[in-house]
Design a protein around this ligand. Structure first.
Ligand SMILES: Cc1cc2nc3c(=O)[nH]c(=O)nc-3n(C[C@H](O)[C@H](O)[C@H](O)COP(=O)(O)OP(=O)(O)OC[C@H]3O[C@@H](n4cnc5c(N)ncnc54)[C@H](O)[C@@H]3O)c2cc1C
Length: 370
């Protein structure tokens, strides 16, 4: 193992791998260290929706333009990553149908439907688009741009592409300490020490001990999500179905994700029968015939959550050479490209949207809602 890099990225989930990719593309000398295998923690459990609209919860101020820029970046990335890595990220068009079953559901969708990129579809149109949807639906907001990808494939494609551009990737190599020595850092890993000019923390929900190590008092909390993966024997589901916080996501690999629970402060990765029952109930509400699908597997993961639900992306408050990119909650797959570009630009001292710097800095005020 070499012992000196310009940038060490700690954490090889989708966020760390995207950052490594953008840095390697800018010809920076970068190494990624992951305590386990690349993409094998929260990233592995994600459904993979690029839900810029559907996750905005009626607030189209700061999160939305950041998320839209990331979503747009994927259009270019899907080909670029394939060319470099030979890996298909499973980019699937078809968009999201956000369903309404009552007038109240419909009025809750009003702010979304006001967006020029969203259409309101009545019952007949929805049934024509997807005939198996429940007869009790009254309409849906249709978001063609909220496409989806396969998270593990995307993460591995970022990692492999970064390697092709010169980055080093180390798996099963946890980092347990970071020390400053003059103008650089010594990073202590299970495989020995390495030195770096810049450090990026992309450790997802597992960031708290390194935060403490670096004098950061913020803490991340988990919101566990459990999902059922089923086989899509006769592919008939064209669009992601979404109702409240539940969804059915058809993937490009012949599987469908039925997700996901939201369990706060649970650090375990167990999956309960009660959760499976809830997921099935929600799936049946949207698509009664889903009960006939065959189970492939169950997954769970811990969404990394900050005090206000938005990520920490930016510089350490007191150290110019340490960068944080953690806490992407429900949207790490969506936000990976925008996060990677933002961290690259901060390291290279290139222009970054000031509103995004303020909105995502780790020492923002609790009361600032974005
Ligand atoms: C059920 C579910 C559904 C989801 N659906 C979506 C979705 O549809 N769309 C979307 O955009 N997002 C979705 N998400 C959210 C998304 O999965 C996360 O926001 C994203 O995966 C976070 O990525 P990350 O790289 O920050 O974290 P992780 O994937 O957890 O990666 C962090 C990495 O850091 C490593 N690490 C930690 N500590 C150390 C250390 N000390 N040394 C070395 N390595 C270390 C870990 O091994 C891990 O690999 C979903 C999440 C869940 C749970």
């Amino acid at each position: 193992m070499r012992t000196n890099y310009e940038v060490v990225v700690i954490g090889g989930g989708i966020i760390g791998c995207s950052i490594a990719y953008y840095l390697a593309e800018a010809q920076m000398d970068v190494a990624v260290f992951d305590g386990g295998q690349i993409g094998n923690k929260t990233t592995k459990a994600a459904a993979g929706m690029l839900g810029a609209h559907s996750e905005s919860d009626g607030d189209f101020s700061l999160f939305f333009p950041f998320a839209r820029s990331s979503q747009a970046e994927y259009i270019r990335l899907k080909d670029e990553l394939y060319e470099l890595s030979g890996m298909d990220i499973g980019y699937r068009t078809g968009g999201i149908l956000k369903l309404a079953f009552s007038e109240r559901d419909k009025s809750n969708l009003d702010p979304l439907v006001k967006q020029p990129t969203v259409d309101w579809l009545d019952y007949e149109t929805v049934k024509k688009m997807q005939p198996e949807i429940s007869d009790t639906v009254i309409g849906a907001a249709y978001i063609a741009d909220d496409v989806n990808v396969i998270p593990t494939s995307t993460c591995l494609a970022f990692a492999k592409s970064a390697q092709m551009l010169g980055a080093s990737i180390f798996e099963n190599c946890p980092v347990y300490d970071i020390k400053k020595n003059g103008n650089e850092y010594t990073v202590k890993t299970d495989n020995g020490e390495v030195r770096a000019k810049h450090i990026v923390l992309a450790t997802g929900v597992y960031s708290n001990s390194l935060f403490q190590n670096l004098g950061i008092s913020e803490k991340l909390k988990p919101v566990k999500g459990e999902s059922i993966i089923v086989h899509h024997d006769k592919p008939f589901l064209e669009h992601t179905l979404f109702y409240e916080k539940s969804y059915i996501v058809p993937r490009n690999n012949g599987k469908v994700v039925i997700g996901a629970t939201m369990i706060e402060d649970d650090w375990s990765d167990s999956i309960s029968l009660q959760s499976v029952e809830v997921l099935l109930k929600h799936a049946k509400t949207m698509l009664p015939s889903s009960i006939n699908w065959k189970i492939d597997s169950f997954t769970s993961g811990l969404r990394p959550t900050t005090f206000d639900g938005h990520p920490f992306i930016g510089r350490h408050p007191e150290d110019e050479q340490i960068f944080i990119a953690c806490g992407h909650f429900r949207n790490g797959i969506l936000l990976a490209p925008a996060t990677g570009k933002m961290i690259r630009n901060l390291i290279l001292k290139q222009e970054v949207n000031k509103e995004w710097i303020d909105a995502f800095r780790i020492n923002r005020q609790e009361k600032v809602m974005i």
